[in-house]
Design a protein around this ligand. Sequence first.
Ligand SMILES: NC(=O)C1=CN([C@@H]2O[C@H](COP(=O)(O)OP(=O)(O)OC[C@H]3O[C@@H](n4cnc5c(N)ncnc54)[C@H](O)[C@@H]3O)[C@@H](O)[C@H]2O)C=CC1
Ligand SMILES: O=C(O)/C=C/C=C(\O)C(=O)O
Length: 490
Amino acid sequence: MTGTKTNVKEIGLYINGEYLNSSDNATFEAKNPATQEVITRVSEATNEDVDRACQTARESFENGPWRTMTVEERSVKLRRMAEIILERKEEIAHYDAMDVGKPYEATVGHEVARAANNIKFFADFVEKQGGETYPMGEEYINYTRYEPVGVAAIITPWNVPFMLTTWKLGPCLAAGNTAVIKPAENTPLSVSLLGEIAKEAGIPDGVVNIVQGQGGTVGTALTTHPEVDLVSFTGSTATGKHILKGGADTLKEVSFELGGKAANIIFEDANIDKAVPSSIRAAFMNSGQVCLAGSRILVQRSVLDEFLEKFKKAAMDLKVGDPQEKGTNMGPLVSKEHHHKVKSYLEIAKEEGAELIYGGGRPDLPEYLSNGYYLEPTIYVHDNPKARICQEEIFGPVVTILPFDTEEEALDIANDTDYGLNGVVWTENLQRAHRISHAVRAGTIWVNCWFVRDLRVPFGGFKKSGIGREGGHHSLEFFTEAKNVCIALQ
Ligand SMILES: NC(=O)C1=CN([C@@H]2O[C@H](COP(=O)(O)OP(=O)(O)OC[C@H]3O[C@@H](n4cnc5c(N)ncnc54)[C@H](O)[C@@H]3O)[C@@H](O)[C@H]2O)C=CC1
Ligand SMILES: O=C(O)/C=C/C=C(\O)C(=O)O
């Protein structure tokens, strides 16, 4: 038996280089979703604590050495931070396995490495940036500087806590800003380590601050705070709207990566043997709690039977179980509330007349996981793209297969959504691959692959899937103010 293996010490807020209790000593529980065991207690920030974190970040931005250091000096410290993340990869992955329910094996091997690279990539990238120069004849010359904006609020979700926080923190710090981070209340553990990691890397106190607690209170206090200039957020579209409204009075700049309902389109000329394992990953990785999930699989009718047979078999082969155990492909859902929400879609699917192909129940698990928030990988076939299970972000291991006959029909279904984060196309026809990639209204299209990430490319959503883009110079544009300097030459 594994389950919760480590005693995790109580988690404080991290402000000005110190872990602290909240001003009223209030705490909340961090729980293991595989067992419901309490892992530890976490300080719940008050408004006073959020204010302190924001004032500290402001003071450190205005008067600390971080903003005025050379880019190279900052990058040395950030590269060290990336190294420390790798040195502590087992601990970080173990924390995410415990409070997200993420399989340890995949997290330690992939997600933590990506987190380290998020920091290293921007440390290297920022050193290579130049600016624009515009001479005006012999009389004047203009040149552009990219200066840090100020204090950034970094609000991250529970599905990929550590990796997604570093994805924002890397460019934020590389550009010379200071940060107040708020991880999701469901998953406070791994992000809390970023305070001590930043300190060990030599990043001055006050540059990285972490507050913990509920979105509605702590998140709101942070994203409406007058000292916060920027909000970088990944999470639900509903929360994105709250943050946008709350930031209006102080004109905060926002970068939002929101929900998705990606179409994964399998044409009859696709290599089905490649499409099946990739579509399984896209549907069930992290128990389907992925904004980029291929949660609608559109399959051309002539290959429907073949695809269904192979896809179902591959889903049945997934090992659902203890996230800490070697070989586990799928852990539990993150929380009781989320488990309830995802299961409610099984009722909705029944009412909507979807055909259940596999799953929908509780997997067979050892006794010590009997309280865990588990659900089998679940597959439906439905012919109504307007059904709620085809329109709403379920964010669980529930996938719907929609048959289609023609390319036009596939495109209509793919674009019939409020979301536009990503899409996937499986075809061996080059012209069709381009045609469909151009016609699907989404920020990323993967052709004959899924979730392949190059950190230089723009990443973000069309429609209700986001505002702005992250990645490479897109992230740096968000985290900097462009300044023009015009000089008289005569
Ligand atoms: N990456 C993604 O696309 C994600 C999508 N979701 C979607 O959202 C649904 C609901 O999940 P939730 O946990 O409720 O996500 P959420 O959007 O409420 O949580 C994400 C983060 O926002 C914070 N937050 C919540 N309300 C806030 C507010 N008013 N002001 C500032 N920060 C706030 C939370 O504390 C958390 O840190 C999921 O079922 C899923 O469909 C959730 C998490 C990530
Ligand atoms: O690869 C990225 O930069 C972002 C990935 C985001 C998710 O996996 C998510 O929000 O679910």
